[in-house]
Design a protein around this ligand. Structure first.
Ligand code: 5FU
Length: 259
């Protein structure tokens, strides 16, 4: 079962190049923490990453919330990714017909396919969305397909989740993982379970976000890479807080693989 395999072992089983890299980065840096840098100023984002980049395996962006987005921001982000050894996930949640998504991915102000190692995408429109993302770039790319969401009252059913996992099977070279909440959602050990909705105490926000603890997410629910946003971003000292999350999440992972 994937829950009990080490990240090193799982890297060997990945058919997507980004999943393989991410597993290897986690093993090398001993961190399965993904920081969601949900800030609207590019300087603030870069300052935060400068402080915490050493402690994360993945930086997750929403570039469409940045008020001063520029190509300079992208180069600085890529420079930090190289220097501090993390990958970049643009959480764009594509959800349109294939033709539109291929334009959204490769064109426009953000040119996401130029710089993001991986993106998120809904299965809702059907397979065309994966066809559009596949082969849109010459460099190694990954897609995290949304199989479940963390927010309460979301309309995703078990059948939708299962059919999402099935849709991904034909795209073994493209899919690096699923955004999901449960360990039984998929079995393939070469694929990554990316789980958002994580804080040190279980709680909710006032717009439907639901938070589970590191123990619950990693040990019970099978999370491989855990997404933390406000738990770190809104803290007084984000570096100290990032280390707290990193250590808590890594401890749960080592406990999990030791049976
Ligand atoms: F797909 C999902 C999901 O199901 N829940 C999420 O919260 C994505 N997210 C993202 O993770 C969301 O868009 C935020 O960027 C981040 C969680 O941030 P938080 O501050 O830790 O709640």
């Amino acid at each position: 079962e994937r829950m009990f395999l080490s990240y090193e072992k799982r890297a060997e089983l990945s058919t997507n190049a980004i999943a393989k890299q991410l597993f290897n980065i986690m093993a090398a840096k001993k961190t399965n923490l993904c920081l969601s840098v949900d800030l609207t100023s590019s300087t603030k984002i870069l300052d935060l990453i400068e402080k915490v980049g050493n402690h994360v395996c993945l930086i997750k962006t929403h570039v469409d919330i940045i008020e001063d987005f520029s190509s300079g921001f992208v180069s600085s982000l890529q420079h930090l990714a190289k220097k501090l050894n993390f990958l970049i996930l643009e959480d764009r949640k594509y959800a349109d017909i294939g033709h539109t998504v291929s334009l959204q991915y490769t064109r426009g102000l953000y040119n996401v396919s130029d710089w993001a190692d991986c993106v998120t995408c809904h299965s809702l429109p059907g397979e065309g969305i994966l066809k559009a993302l596949n082969g849109a770039s010459n460099t190694d790319k990954g897609v995290f397909l949304l199989a479940e969401m963390s927010s309460e009252g979301n309309l995703i059913t078990q059948q939708y989740t299962q059919e999402t996992v099935k849709m991904a099977e034909k795209y073994a070279e493209l899919i690096c993982g699923f955004v999901c909440q449960n360990k039984d959602t998929f079995k393939n050990p070469g694929i990554i379970q990316l789980t958002p909705g994580v804080q040190l105490e279980s709680s909710k926000d006032n717009l439907g976000q639901v938070y589970n603890t590191p123990e619950k997410v990693v040990l019970e629910n099978g999370g491989d890479v855990m997404v933390v946003g406000r738990g770190i971003v809104a803290a007084k000292n984000s570096e100290i807080q990032a280390v707290l999350y990193k250590d808590a999440l890594w401890k749960c992972y080592t406990k999990r693989i030791s049976g």
